[in-house]
Every structure is written in C-alpha cells, then in structure tokens.
Ligand binder design. Sequence first.
Ligand code: FAD
Ligand code: SF4
Ligand code: SF4
Length: 450
Amino acid sequence: MNKRTVTNLLKDDLRLKSFAEVDLGYSLESAILEAKRCLACKTAPCEQGCPVKVKIKDFIREVRSANIDLALEKISEDNILPAICGRVCPQETQCEKHCVLGLKNPEQAINIGKLERFVGDYGKLKKEKNISANGIKVAIIGSGPAGMTCAGELAKKGFEVTVFEALHEAGGVLTYGIPEFRLPKKLIVNEWHKLTGLGVKLETNVIVGKTITIKELETKGFKEFFVATGAGLPKGLNIKGENLTGVYYANGFLTRINLMKAYKQEYHTPYKAYKHVVVIGGGNVALDAARTAKRLGAEVTIVYRRSKAEMPARLEEVKHAEEEGIEFNFLMNPKEIKGTDKVEGLLCEKMILGEVDQSGRASFKPTGEVIGIKADMVIIAVGQSANPSFFNNIEIERNKYGNIVVDEKQASSYPNLYAGGDIVTGASTVIEAMGHGKLVADIISKKYNK
Ligand code: FAD
Ligand code: SF4
Ligand code: SF4
C-alpha cells in the first residue's frame, strides 16, 4: 500500500524563534499524490465521521485531477471554512478514523484534513450571484465559528445579518485562543472579509446582555436571534496558592499573547518573562498554552493527571510539543502552588491508573506520594464553562453547567432565539459549532421560505 503523503514542517531551529505556522501544508504535487491513494469507496465511510458530512470522496476526486476550484465548490456545500477546519479539526477521531485505509493502521488513513486545508488555501469560488435582500433582520451574538457560519449562510439567502461581538476583534477562539503557529490569523481576517462582502454587519465591543439587551434589539427590528457566545470562562483547581502572582488561566494567557500581542515591545500589554512554566491539563488548550510559553523563552512542563494515552489533545499537537522540547509529567495531580506572594513551585501527588470511568478513559487514583516541581509560573488549563455576560438581562432555560438548553432545532426557551456551539455543548470543537450555525441558518430560512 502506498504510504501516506506527509507535509513539510517548519525547520526545528526556526520554530521556537517565532509564532510562524509549523505545518507548511501540501504542495499541488503532494496533494495530488495523496488524493490518488483514495479508493473512492462506494459508501465513503469517511463521510460518516464528519459532523457536517463534507462530500469527501467527491472533493478528493477533484483534487486528483488538479481541479482545485471544483474541489472547493464541493467542500463549500457543507463547510464554509475549509482552510480552518483542515488545520484544527480533530480528524483522527472524525473523518480519518473512518477511512478504510486506516482501519488496520491509523497512520495509513487518507490525510483528509490536510487535503481540505490545501483546497481551502488555494481554491477559488465563483462570485455569489446578486443576492436579493429580504429585509428580515437577524442578530447573531458571538463571532466565533458558530456565529460566522450562521451569518454567512443567512446572508447568502438575503437576510440582513448583524453580528455582535464583545471583543474588539472577530473570530472567537479562532482569533484569541488558537495560536498563530497552528492557525494563522490572516485566515480569519480573510473569512471575515468574505462575510462582510456578503453584506454581514459586524459590531465589535458590544456585550449583548450588558451594552445592549435582546429586548432592545427586538425594538430595533431584529426578528430572529442566534446566540453563539462560547465557553470561555476558565475552571479553577481550588487548591492553595491559586491566587499567587504568576498563576494564569490558559484562556487569559492566550488572549494576552494572541489578541493583545503582549510579547511585542510596541504593544502596551507587557508580558513578564518567566523561566519555569508549568501547564496543568492535557487538552488542546493546555498544549497551546505550553507551546506559546515555550516560544516566549521558558522551560515548559505539562502536568497531567492521567497517562499520555488518555490525553484529549490532538495527537499531532502532542507530537509537535514533544519535538519542541516540552516536558510531560504524566500521572500527577496538583496539590498546592507554593509561594508567599508569587509562584515559587508546585506540589503534585503521584497517581496510578484505575478502571475506565464515565468519560470512557482510565480513571486515576492517588498514591499519597507528593513531589515538588520547579515553577515560577503556573498556567491552569483544566476546562472552560459558559461565558456568563449574555445572561444578565434575560430569562432563559439553562442546564446545571450554565449552558443554554435547546431542542433538536437548537431553539431555546426564549421566543425566536436559537443557540449553538460551545454555549450549548460546553467546550467542544470548531466543526461542531459550525454544524449548529448551519442548522440554525437552515431553520430560520425555512421559516421565511427562503
Ligand atoms: P467561540 O469561538 O468561543 O466564540 C464565542 C464568541 O462570543 C467570542 O468571540 C466571545 O467574545 C463572544 N461573546 C461572548 N459573550 C458575548 C456577549 N455577551 N455578547 C457578544 N459577544 C459575546 N477545537 C477544535 O476543533 N480544534 C482545535 O484544535 C481546538 N483548539 C482549541 C484551542 C483553544 C486554546 C481553545 C480555547 C479551544 C480550542 N478548540 C478547538 C475548541 C473550539 O475553538 C471551540 O469549540 C469553538 O471555537 C466554539 O465556537 P463558538 O462559536 O461556539 O464559540
Ligand atoms: Fe474532516 Fe473536519 Fe473536514 Fe469534516 S470538516 S471532513 S471532520 S477535516
Ligand atoms: Fe477515500 Fe478513505 Fe473515504 Fe474511502 S474511506 S473514500 S479511501 S477517504
């Protein structure tokens, strides 16, 4: 069997000197080579693994014949952000997991994500035909992948869409969370240009629930609402020392670096250089924080309470982190952050693995053995919950985690108000959030027979 075509990576010695993207993607030749490995299976099982059911077999067939614009047309029927999803989707647990070529050895599955990224980067779509406006005003709250997808789909159907965003830049986690070395910010700016080109209005620095309420938006003529405010509120550890100087939550740390460019001298949001950074957690957020801290010059250790096999982070990110010299301290649970006013170290208890728990992963049990780890900065990345600001001035049903309760059509308990993405599911994935945005756009447009 032909081997999977690999992509080029930024050279090791350049990686830690900048925030430049690490994976350089396919050239046309290598994309065609990879596309030629696809068996064009009759039932295309790979498509069952994609939450938005991208027509994988069809788009790969176009890549095979070097019809990149046609490939993009095919993907765009189901996914408007292929350059982004191709880079950040957890393909190994989605589309690629179902590829027949990877059933025996996952390393042999077609590199669907990288092909999708290539098409998203280089394909060109025909200009949208003139859209006739229908005068129906829709408000979208939150400009992340869920809000972007809903906005784009509705604007194409002639709705008058305004997206309200609390921050000064659009894109949600794509902009403030995922670092440049995994997802270049120019891609999100480009996508927003396309959306505003379709007539979508963007109002930044507006916190719906605080700056303006849903009732006030109703009096301004908005008929339908889609809430996609995400899950950005960090969870804490509840251990001694969490209030010390030098303790950060990953989202806050990444926002300072990605959005406020705290590492650049010309920006007014200074970042103090730390030498020994410990990141607590095993997901993508922890990996992003660790790799960012490494680029800022620190020695970085990840502390995770289970083993490598249970880490929820993408395999590729773990591999890149290892290549970049990040240390992993598995089976360790933080007990106390040491210090009087600032961080001076971290105490952890050693764990052993136990039975499989509700999460489907091996559980962990304390051993009683405590060890000290060198640290002058601790970054906590153990999960996020619902962003709370939207709920200031509205009666709406929420579950025990604070997420909005919706029915199978994403409708909430508030009339004409739909919700989707992380504010409904809790911290999830870009493509799940986009799937909700698309579904809500379909439901709203069908309501008006569009
Ligand atoms: P978000 O992207 O969170 O966007 C919500 C937006 O709403 C934000 O811009 C916020 O400022 C705004 N907002 C909040 N409250 C208000 C208000 N009251 N008024 C107006 N605006 C408001 N997923 C993957 O698939 N692959 C990955 O590799 C990956 N890596 C990640 C790395 C990090 C660091 C993080 C934090 C998450 C990562 N995720 C990843 C998860 C993924 O980014 C999220 O699941 C996805 O962004 C959710 O999209 P969303 O549109 O629901 O919300
Ligand atoms: Fe795979 Fe994500 Fe593309 Fe779907 S959107 S085909 S899951 S990379
Ligand atoms: Fe191609 Fe794999 Fe999908 Fe078959 S399962 S169509 S080989 S990508």
